[in-house]
Ligand binder design. Structure first.
Ligand SMILES: C[S@@+](CC[C@H](N)C(=O)[O-])C[C@H]1O[C@@H](n2cnc3c(N)ncnc32)[C@H](O)[C@@H]1O
Length: 307
């Protein structure tokens, strides 16, 4: 058995950090330096999404899916009934999660929505459908439509001021007694060395400046509860980065470095590009020396059953 540095903790949740106020969250226009740097990768125009959307990012998202799955082991952590009828994946990216869930539940309608929906591959099961939808403008579904609503890693797509409304929208389309499963990450490290702390602090500053919440994973339980969701729980997965974390650690280290590189152009307004690159190059050695672990959080809850 590979040596997994995996700790799975189940937490009853309370928000530890106050969310940003809308005033703090006002986005600043990109600087000239940032605008020039951004020309090198493709970005979405009509949504405030921070990450690139191009071939390299598609590769990273696919790779990231396998990295997360190698740690989480199951696609669905909530106790879903055996024969769900409809499952929604919001911000579905390359559609891998939806496709695999479609294979797992062949009689269930699985819908993935994204502002740039993935192509339908020959291997996409017939019960899986991909649609355009901008979650910031509401979802094109009736109330109470889905047994499970899944959303993963929209930390860099949903501005802090929009999260409460987005969560209410996810709850609206969940059927009474149905489940929500929201996976997010952030600068959550165990045993961080000085370089990890510096990178984390820079990212926190950048996200706050751009109007995003770097600690959304901590605030999601509160947003769910405010939207009337019950049985809210959080699962925290913690993986030692690199060799020390076995296969999961190796995959997540590669994914995290690719993500930090994907943010390079945006970070150019806060730190010299060469310095950011130097820091990223030095991170793996520090992670190995400190046995630094990285965390992702899966928050779940249930829409109250109809009385
Ligand atoms: C980091 S990716 C995560 C993709 C997928 N959930 C996963 O875990 O692999 C974020 C996705 O959100 C999509 N996105 C960004 N803004 C969005 C919006 N306003 N509405 C719907 N999808 C959005 C992007 O196109 C991208 O595919």
């Amino acid at each position: 058995m590979p040596f997994w540095g995996l700790l799975r903790r189940k937490q009853r949740t309370t928000a530890a950090r106050a969310p940003l106020s809308p005033a703090q969250a006002q986005s600043e226009p990109p600087s000239e330096q940032e605008r020039v740097a951004r020309l090198q990768r493709r970005y979405l125009e009509d949504v405030p999404y921070l990450l690139p959307k191009d071939e390299a990012e598609i590769d990273r998202l696919n790779f990231q899916h396998y990295a997360l799955m190698s740690v989480q082991k199951v696609h669905i952590v909530v106790p879903l009934e055996n024969y769900p009828q409809a499952i929604l994946d919001v911000g579905c990216g390359t559609g891998l999660w939806a496709r695999e869930v479609g294979h797992r539940f062949p009689s269930c309608r699985v819908v993935g929505v994204d502002v740039e929906p993935p192509e339908r591959l020959p291997t996409t099961p017939v019960n899986v459908q991909f649609l355009y939808s901008d979650v910031l403008k509401g979802l094109p579904f009736d109330d109470n439509s889905f047994d499970l609503v899944h959303q993963r890693l929209l930390i860099s797509a949903i501005p802090v001021r929009s999260w409460p409304a987005v969560v209410r929208e996810l709850v609206r389309v969940t059927r009474p007694g149905g489940w929500l499963q929201l996976t997010e990450t952030g600068g959550y490290y165990h045993r961080p060395g000085p370089l990890s702390l510096r990178v984390s602090a820079l990212l926190d500053r950048a996200f706050e400046r751009w109007g995003f919440d770097p600690y959304i994973a901590e605030h999601l339980p509160m947003y769910l509860q405010q939207a009337g969701v019950v049985e809210v729980e959080k699962y925290v997965y913690s993986v030692v980065l690199g060799e020390g974390g076995g296969q999961g650690g190796r995959l997540l280290q590669k994914d995290l470095l690719a993500l930090l590189h994907a943010l390079s152009e945006r970070m150019a307004s806060l730190i010299a590009r060469e310095e950011w690159q130097r820091m990223l190059e030095a991170l793996p050695a520090e992670w190995a020396a400190s046995q630094t672990a990285f965390q992702f959080h899966v928050t779940v809850g249930r829409k109250p059953p109809a009385s």
